[in-house]
Write a protein that binds this ligand. Structure first.
Ligand code: PGA
Length: 246
């Protein structure tokens, strides 16, 4: 695991966007795995700037998003379809057909999940996967548990995730209780992974992860310790507890 500690959220976002840019420049038809949540918003802003001001070309890039709530209309500003459109896709030159986001409104969601994994494989596998991390150590919606699913699947959200995500909704009761998420196996198959974390709230889980003492399905992100090419980018607040330990 390569660890980069940046001063603040802005420089974290710039560094992350530059790594994505380098990968796109190396491979114009990059298969890019994307995340939602507050963490990657700054990175997406910087990618939009790189596109508009420096001509970064997304016309051949293919994206697969990690997750989506179940049964949420895509016109709902809290749906991840809406989030991606607003925070990235509508500002760059990516063709609509190159965008893939789990369909929480599919008629047969389980069939959709199987097909989603197959599509990723048929496209050659994810080259670069962007990840945030939950305060409870989840990645995508792979929540702490005794067992973790490998492939894309339907999952219930834990109380702590519902509480954390309620900040985007009018009330906690409106937060969907289920989602579709790529599994740990789908994520681990990515050739390169970029894990981003900012802010004090992430400091305890980041410290636990970076101590690199053990893997546990109770901290799903710890499985990334087994991956050969993970870059972790933190701001100083998220790195705080870890820096005290070393
Ligand atoms: P956040 O969410 O970026 O909004 O903190 C990250 C996550 O829950 O994976």
């Amino acid at each position: 695991m390569k660890i980069i500690i940046e001063k603040d959220y802005e420089s974290l976002s710039t560094t992350a966007a530059n790594i994505i840019k380098e990968e796109i420049e190396k491979k114009e038809d990059l298969l890019l795995g994307l995340a939602t949540g507050s963490t990657p918003i700054g990175t997406y802003k910087e990618l939009i700037r790189l596109h508009k001001e420096e001509g970064l070309d997304f016309s051949k890039v293919v994206t697969f998003n990690l997750d989506e709530y179940l049964n949420i209309p895509y016109t709902n500003p809290n749906s991840y379809h809406y989030f991606m459109e607003e925070n990235l896709f509508k500002h760059i030159n990516i063709p609509k057909d190159n965008i893939h986001i789990p369909d929480g409104n599919a008629e047969d969601v389980e069939k959709f999940c199987r097909e989603y994994d197959k599509k990723i494989e048929d496209c050659g596998g994810i080259d670069l996967q962007i990840l945030g991390i939950g305060e409870n150590g989840h990645i995508a919606f792979n929540e702490p548990d005794d067992e973790l699913y490998l492939g894309t699947h339907i999952t219930g959200l834990t109380e702590s995730t519902i509480k954390a995500n309620s900040r985007f909704f009018d009330s906690i009761d409106e937060v969907p209780k289920e989602a579709i998420t790529m599994g740990i196996g789908s994520i681990m198959k990515s050739k390169k992974i970029l894990l981003l974390a900012n802010g004090e709230k992430k400091a305890p889980v980041i410290c636990e992860l970076l101590k690199q003492e053990k893997v546990s399905t109770r901290i799903p992100a710890s499985l990334l310790l087994l991956h050969p090419d993970v870059v972790v980018i933190l701001d100083e607040l998220a790195a705080k507890n870890y820096l005290k330990e070393i």
